[in-house]
Design a protein around this ligand. Sequence first.
Ligand SMILES: [Zn+2]
Length: 480
Amino acid sequence: MTVPATADLVISGGTVIDGTGAPRLKADVAVTDDRIVAVGDLSATQAGRRVDAAGKVVAPGFVDVHTHDDRALLSMPGMDMKVSQGVTSVVVGNCGISLAPLKITKRPPPPLDLLGDESWWTFDSFGEFLDTVDQAPAAVNAAFLVGHSTLRVGVMDRLDRAAGADEIKVMRGKLEASLEAGACGLSTGLWYKPSEKAPTQEIIEIARALKAHGGRYVTHMRDEADGVMDSLEETFLIGREAGVPVVVSHHKVTGKNNWGRSTETLKLFERYRKTQKIGLDVYPYHASSTVLKPDSIEISKRVLVTWSVPHPEYAGRDLDDLAREFGCDKFEAAERLQPAGAIYFSMDEADVQRILSYPDSMIGSDGLPHDEKPHPRLWGTFPRILGHYARDLGLFSLEEGVRKMTSLSAAEFGLVDRGEIAEGKFADICVFDPETVKDLSTFEAGATPAAGIAHVFVNGREVWNTDGSTGNRPGRALRA
Ligand SMILES: [Zn+2]
């Protein structure tokens, strides 16, 4: 290392966990403009600003690989729910739901409405969406997936059937144009109504556009309950047929009769990973959240309402209690709340920990930024990995926890020069206190910032510190 004579910023006296999984080491980190220019003893460097990181860890900013932040980038560009956790890049457009390319005049069908009502669906082309993000940048960087359900809603007159050959051609064309504009892959949400009638072959035909652009196939699978093994087989088959890497989103096994089956699913990952590229992400909670859906109510021991269009006053309430007050069963109660969203307690903590411990699982929040009473994962996911799972439970080392949220994620999603503290990399950096870092968001109060995050830098500029948001918005649209 050559010690630079000057730098814009030196973060000094901290312990560097570089994101690769390598053991921590004492080192200063120098930043000039948007890049890390040196890592080592930089006491002789003349710094424009010197940040004291004594007693703290200096890590790469975290990559939230599973988000629904497409609209949040535009409507809440400070992105406090992410930068307060040390997140510096997000992957949007997951679960088949992307804000582009789709222009509509009436409320989109669930789950597309998780991103907002018709007033937000105004981007006919993906390029237009990315240009808008460029013109009004957010605090974080973002990489973009194209949603299969979004394509279906834009192309098909009705969604309760397979797409015809002409429709597939149009969808593949739209995917191609989006990839050319900079999207990094295709996502599906085959469990949801707009896409549940799409046969495997439909996805394969559309996904064939990915290979030439180096894109990936990312999926909220058809079934995460009784049929989880078949769904994994389907996912891996699509990857092989299209000749592209796949990512299984928010991997889990739901429903009490499936508890423990992550031993089976992870074995299947192992088997197929020998011959094809397969990744997975997971969030660190044993409750899920999405739109209000009867099949999820069915397999959950508890359901919490997160939002309701006709009854906003019931956000945060237990569905069982509402059913009792209404004098009906919970399915009818749910019907009265539609359109609506909910949190579902339907997983086993042992499965969650087994999947978190799997060496190649990435961390993604699946946070829902527009929910009235959001699942705590929106504000808590990354500090929960560092504090609860690494430090308190010792599920893995802090180095390993950081790797699952940085270099591994950047590699899987093709984020160039990010996810690592090293000379020449982008200066996306999180400085945190390893003793006090902790998620504070709960199922009762989901929108609570975490403790212990000291400084967060995106492309060399500070976006969050112990005083809160700095107001800077240095994020970029990361075009693949
Ligand atoms: Zn999903």
